[in-house]
Structure formats: structure tokens, C-alpha cells
Design a binder for this molecule. Structure first.
Ligand SMILES: [Ca+2]
Ligand SMILES: [Ca+2]
Length: 385
């Protein structure tokens, strides 16, 4: 792999731009990559157009913030009383985060690599980890929602869906993807999938903790704290984010009604460029990229976090790099579940609550409780520490 090296120091410290400045013409020998720090690697790949290294990571600076619901918006859903209090100060080490949700193309690349390595098994329309039996992801087909299918030789993505976020994945599959990325960039895998743990201090790829997610999602807006990644605008015209009934031109045809990652960037899009199923020939978006340069933080797909979900964690969270609770509170089926963030294309409009930066949600409500809507609104983005 030959990668471009950006202005490492400036890029690693820059909290300001989706297009961090740097000299893309300065190259380094890939053999040196393993000696680079995680943030160096993040800067290295942040702007590359090499399709083999399209992680497009955004350095997020170390800092502190007050985590939780600053706007009195939590708890409006009577079935979901506020789990976003008390406000509590959190300090985070620097990390880097994917500017975009992981796409079908990227997840299919992982599946093909894993398949070639004998690391996964296919049973029906499901993909499992080889040897550990962990369910990683669902595949597509009649009546199914993934847009990745197995054609007997390879995992392939449906036409015009490559740049949409992957859905119908499970937490364990997201961890397997992160371990795959760590290997690609010369890091030891951080996550023990069978045990459900990741090393949160070592360098490599993993899911964000809830604290990392919220800190990154706020994009540096802390004076005052805002409701959404872009501010307090409630997205009434739908042009800031893909929410339920937001009237984007992808709300037609078979589910899921995801939008291509990075769609809400302020540009006028055309049907000719995206082949969307709606009849509109153009669609004008507003720029919803947050202050750190992250896209689709609100809406499109739920983003899995590393943390177990526990409603009372904010009263117990340690102040520095909180790792989440040691286990989750039992959901109505008696089992613990992981947390997810950011809302999605399918539901949550009635309280415009799911897409708030402070909103928390256990995956229980999107899987076992809702078997007719299995995981077709759940995806993830990666963190590199
Ligand atoms: Ca929508
Ligand atoms: Ca999202």
C-alpha cells in the first residue's frame, strides 16, 4: 500500500474541516506505516482517493465536554424516559473517526477478504464468524433488507447501493470489520469478539464508545450546546438529514430507504448522478456536515457503539475516557444490549428524538422487539485510536 502523508501535526490537531489541509503530494513508504501513530495513519488516509484506502478518517482532538441532554429534549417519548441525565463532564483522548458511515462496498470488501481467509461461514442468508458461531450480518435476497448478496463466488452489492450505509449487521460483525481494518493498517486486532470486549487504549480500529460518539457528534459546539450535529434547526424540510418521511428521493422502492453517505452536503444532487428511485430529477440538500467534518451523524442509519446500554450510566461514568458499563441492564427479554446513536431513516420523527446528539437507544428496540424490521436501519462508523 502506498499512501499519501498529509501535514500530520496540523491534520491531527485540526478540529475544523472536512477537508483537513495538508500536502497530498508528500508520500511515505508504506513499510513505515506500522510505525506511525494512529492519528498519523488517520491523517494519512483522510484524503486519499485510493479505493483500497477509503476509510476517510477525521482526526478528532482531545478535549472535554459536558455529556448529556442540555436542551430538555430527552424523555419526550413516554416509552423512553430520559436516560440522558445527569449532565457530567467527560474528558477524552484524541482519536479519529470515520467521516462517513461504513458503506455496503466497504463491508462487502471485508466479507470477501474474510471469506477468502476462511474466517466466516455462510448459512442461508446469514454470515457467521468461523469457529465462534457469532452472527455478523444478514445478506440480501427476496424479502430481505441487506443489499449485499452471496452469488456463490463472491459477496456483491446491488446496483447503485455501493455508497449507501451497510445495514442488517450485528455488533459482532462490526467488531470483525474493525479487526479487519486494524490488520489492513498494521495494527493488532483490538476486539475479542467471542468475549465481547475491545482494548480501548491500544492503537487500532474499533467502535466508538458512547462518549466518543457524542463528543464527535457535537462537532465542537459547546457554547451553547446544540440539539443536532448542525445546530438547533429541526430539519422541517428534511434537507439536512435522512429521517423518517423526510421526503428525500430515496423514499421509494424496496426498503431500506437509506441515502448515499455524505448526501447532505449542501449541493444540488441529480437523479442522473444517483439513480434514485424517486421521480424528482434534482434534490437540493443543505449542508449538515458537523464541525468536525462528520457526515450523516444524525439520521440515515443508527450507529452502533462499543458500550453496553444502561440507562443509569451517566450517574456512574468515570470522567476520563469512559468505557461504558461492564454489562448492560437487562431488557424485557432478560438480556443486555449494546447502545446505538444518531437516529435513522425509518423511525423517530414523532419526537425528532432519535436524531438528537444526546439521544441514547439500546439495540433491543431495533431487533428482538421489532422482528418485522430487523436491523435494516442499523449500521456503524469506525474509530481509530
Ligand atoms: Ca428519509
Ligand atoms: Ca447516522
Amino acid at each position: 500500500m502506498r499512501a499519501t502523508l498529509l501535514g500530520l501535526l496540523s491534520a491531527a490537531l485540526c478540529a475544523c474541516s472536512p477537508a483537513a489541509s495538508g500536502d497530498p503530494n508528500v508520500a511515505v513508504d508504506a513499510t513505515n506505516d506500522t510505525a506511525m501513530s494512529a492519528l498519523d495513519v488517520a491523517a494519512d488516509v483522510a484524503q486519499t482517493t485510493d479505493p483500497a484506502t477509503v476509510e476517510k478518517l477525521q482526526p478528532i482532538p482531545a478535549g472535554s465536554f459536558s455529556m448529556g441532554d442540555h436542551n430538555g429534549q430527552g424523555g419526550q417519548d413516554p416509552n423512553h424516559p430520559s436516560d440522558e441525565l445527569p449532565l457530567h463532564d467527560v474528558t477524552l483522548s484524541a482519536f479519529a473517526m470515520g467521516r462517513f458511515e461504513v458503506t455496503n462496498d466497504r463491508f462487502a470488501a471485508f466479507l470477501n477478504d474474510a471469506g477468502n481467509a476462511g474466517a466466516i461461514d455462510i448459512a442461508g442468508n446469514l454470515v457467521y464468524g468461523h469457529g465462534d458461531g457469532q452472527l455478523y450480518a444478514g445478506l440480501g435476497g427476496d424479502g430481505l433488507y441487506s443489499r449485499i448478496t452471496w452469488n456463490g463466488t463472491a459477496f456483491v452489492v446491488a446496483p447503485n447501493r455501493g455508497d449507501h450505509p451497510v445495514v442488517d449487521i450485528r455488533w459482532e460483525g462490526a467488531l470483525a470489520y474493525c479487526n479487519w481494518l486494524s490488520g489492513k493498517y498494521g495494527f493488532a486486532p483490538l476486539c475479542d469478539i467471542a468475549n465481547g470486549t475491545c482494548d480501548l487504549t491500544a492503537h487500532g480500529f474499533r467502535l466508538p464508545t458512547e462518549a466518543e460518539w457524542e463528543y464527535a457528534a457535537r462537532g465542537g459546539q459547546t457554547a451553547p450546546y446544540r440539539i443536532f450535529p448542525w445546530g438547533d434547526d429541526v430539519n422541517a424540510d428534511g434537507t439536512l438529514a435522512n429521517w423518517q418521511d423526510s421526503q428525500d428521493p430515496f423514499e421509494a422502492g424496496p426498503l431500506p430507504w437509506t441515502t448515499p453517505v455524505g448526501f447532505y452536503d449542501g449541493t444540488l444532487h441529480t437523479k442522473g448522478d444517483f439513480a434514485w428511485p424517486g421521480s424528482a430529477t434534482t434534490y437540493q440538500t443543505r449542508d449538515a456536515v458537523n464541525g468536525f467534518g462528520l457526515h450523516d451523524v444524525s439520521g440515515n442509519v443508527w450507529e452502533l457503539t462499543y458500550d453496553w446500554y444502561a440507562a443509569d450510566y451517566y450517574s456512574k461514568s468515570p470522567p476520563s475516557d469512559p468505557p461504558g458499563p461492564s454489562t448492560g441492564q437487562p431488557m424485557p427479554d432478560g438480556k443486555p444490549y449494546r447502545g446505538m446513536r444518531g437516529g435513522n431513516w425509518y423511525n423517530g420523527k414523532e419526537f425528532f428524538g432519535h436524531g438528537r446528539v444526546a439521544n441514547r437507544n439500546p439495540t433491543y428496540f431495533r431487533g428482538p422487539l421489532d422482528p418485522n424490521h430487523p436491523w435494516y436501519h442499523v449500521g456503524f462508523r469506525v474509530v481509530l485510536k
